[in-house]
Design a protein around this ligand. Structure first.
Ligand code: GRF
Length: 333
């Protein structure tokens, strides 16, 4: 386990996301991620560095810096078995996220699905250009003005998940794959720690949470947005006669919650929810008195399918029958 020296104790006292970094090689990105995590106010800490290669250079550095390491060779193991061993180690270390940094193994679809939205990778090209290998040679060959690196969310499709951020690197006339690659590495070391920090902070970022709520709310039929008492709200129906079905509340009235307020069937259901799942629900000031419940969004395991269901249910409870019939018909297919 990591050595809990005085510095580490101070760091973990704050609420940092826990990441496991998977490497296969030199681990220079891992080193950049690691030293960024040692800065004051870092958003994450590394709980494990894991590798499929016993001689991966980064392992030694991780050990020197008091970080737990794990090695499991892929040789002689099926992909599923190897994945399972890596996954078990990450879980045991308490990782919330997996960060691939030069990890030269393709994860099984099942693994990628189980950690959906919680695995990041860095790829040395400006995606969607040049997925796969030999990216620098291909960029030079194509006569591109810039190469670069992309941080993306890992999905079962190789190098195809949402791109979170990119760094561009100009290509010099006399660049070789090696010289260009060396400069892209420098850019990667700036890009990756920042992207990880932004990504793991999303869940407590009101701007990000509001954007997600808005997208879901406005995807429901005949909806529009209108501010009410300083909070953004969403209504169904016409601008004139529409009714509110949701509000977004950013730590209003002294609550520490960033929340979606939606209509329950009444006080019994509201109190029942709050009592049985206090980490998910609370009774908001003012709105609570009329049966609106607060669904807490700034929690690590916020379930967005569930949030979408609440929005639809609340929308249904005030939408005119001609619209609910429409959505019923659509749901049948
Ligand atoms: C980086 O170039 C990264 O883009 C790719 O693998 C390389 C890892 O390098 N995915 P390092 O081991 O971090 O030095």
């Amino acid at each position: 386990m990591a050595d809990a020296g005085p510095d580490n104790v101070a760091q973990t006292a704050r609420n940092r996301a826990k990441i496991a970094v998977f490497i296969s090689g030199g681990g220079t990105n891992m080193a950049a991620i690691l030293y960024a995590s040692r800065l004051a106010d870092a958003a994450y800490e590394i709980v494990l560095v894991a590798s499929n290669m016993a001689d991966a250079g980064g392992l030694e550095l991780a050990q020197l810096e008091g970080i737990a390491t794990f090695v499991h060779s892929h040789k002689g193991h099926s992909r599923a078995n190897h994945d399972a061993a890596m996954e078990a180690a990450a879980k045991e270390a308490g990782a919330d996220y997996l960060v691939l940094a030069g990890y030269m193994r393709i994860l099984s679809d099942e693994f990628a699905q189980r950690w959906q939205g919680r695995i990041l990778n860095i790829h040395p090209s400006l995606l969607p250009k040049y997925k796969g290998l030999n990216t620098f040679a291909r960029a030079i060959e194509a006569g591109d003005s810039h190469a670069g690196a992309s941080v993306h969310v890992v999905t079962p499709d190789l190098d195809a998940g949402e791109v979170l951020a990119q760094a561009r690197v100009a290509i010099a006339r006399d660049d070789t794959a090696e010289t260009l690659g060396a400069r892209v590495k420098l850019a990667e070391h700036q890009l990756y720690p920042r992207s990880i920090a932004d990504y793991v902070s999303r869940g407590s970022d009101p701007g990000h949470l509001f954007a997600r709520v808005r997208e879901l709310a406005l995807a429901l039929p005949e909806t529009h947005e209108r501010t009410s008492h300083g909070s953004p709200g969403f209504r169904v129906g016409s601008e004139k006669t529409g009714k509110y079905f949701a509000y977004f509340s950013d730590r209003h009235h002294g609550s520490g919650h960033i929340a979606l307020l939606v209509k329950t069937s009444g006080m019994d259901e509201l109190l029942n929810l709050v009592e049985s799942q206090p980490d998910t629900y609370y009774k908001p000031a003012f709105y609570g008195a009329s049966g609106w419940v607060g669904v807490i969004l700034n929690r690590p395991d916020a379930d967005w399918d569930h949030i979408a269901e609440w929005l639809e249910r609340s929308w249904r409870s005030v939408a005119p029958a001609r619209l609910t019939k429409l959505i019923d018909a659509a749901d049948m297919f």
